[in-house]
Design a protein around this ligand. Structure first.
Ligand SMILES: *Cc1c(COP(=O)(O)O)cnc(C)c1O
Length: 240
């Protein structure tokens, strides 16, 4: 299959899962996880219908930006973000999906204030409660969301999660269900102060259909579009 065919196939599978769940396929956006891909491949993906690219390494993203590789698509930062790299990301991406601590939230606010802009963000939730993963603990989510909503230079748009690696197909569905509940809770809390919560980012190559069935509005897919990544990509994944 060509890249264009794989993109079309993933989009068809997203649409089918949405219809099955009684959802409008237009509610779900495919985010192409482009880590380790070349600028050429990224351009080809955009040419074949990808509308959002997701990057998780600052250095790669910067190189692709210098190349204008993302032209014609929106750009999301989806990876682990260190506070000392915030300056390379704020104002350069449409959405930072992976704000998982108060410390990082403060750093994003500070940088956005300095640049005089408002940065759209999602809060990353450690839905599996894994010690090795970044993300806010579910118990702290509401407090962090309230804080984010008060900051003048960030706009909270919703939630993101990277559940534990599923051993068995379907094993992550309970985490997606839980995330949807958090999403609904945060949305109703935030409605009062005029914040629009409209993004729930969850689901990857192995489980995006379940994520769509459970309410995802963004699915982040790499391997199913681009094929397996070389070992370097795997190392980055383990890093999280
Ligand atoms: C790489 C990556 C993905 C996509 O993973 P695949 O299993 O290749 O689809 C999704 N989300 C994040 C944060 C990633 O780093």
């Amino acid at each position: 299959m060509t890249l264009a065919e794989r993109i079309a196939e993933v989009q068809d599978r997203i649409a089918a899962a949405a219809r099955e769940a009684g959802r409008d396929p237009a509610e779900i956006t495919l985010v192409a996880a482009t880590k380790v891909q070349s600028s050429e491949t990224i351009r080809a993906a955009i040419g074949a219908g990808v509308t959002v690219c997701g990057e998780n390494r600052v250095q790669e993203m910067t190189a692709h930006l210098d190349d204008n590789a993302y032209e014609g698509a929106a750009l999301h930062f989806i990876g682990h973000l260190q506070t000392n790299k915030v300056k390379f990301v704020v104002g350069r991406v449409d959405l930072i999906e992976s704000v998982g601590s108060e410390h990082l939230l403060d750093a994003v606010e500070e940088r956005a204030a300095r640049l005089g802009l408002v940065q759209d963000i999602l809060l990353e939730v450690n839905v599996g409660g894994e010690a090795s993963k970044s993300g806010v603990a579910p118990a702290d989510l509401s407090g962090l969301a309230q804080k984010a909503a008060r900051l003048p230079h960030v706009r909270l748009r919703g939630l993101m999660a990277i559940p534990p690696v599923a051993e068995i197909p379907g094993a992550n569905r309970k985490f997606f269900t839980r995330m949807y509940q958090f999403f609904v809770d945060i949305r109703s809390q935030m409605n009062d102060n005029g914040t629009t919560i409209d993004c729930l980012s969850m689901g990857m190559s192995g489980d995006f259909e379940d994520a769509v069935r459970e309410g995802a509005t963004l699915v982040r897919v790499g391997t199913a579009l681009f094929g397996p990544r070389p070992p370097m990509g795997a190392a980055v994944k383990d890093n999280r």
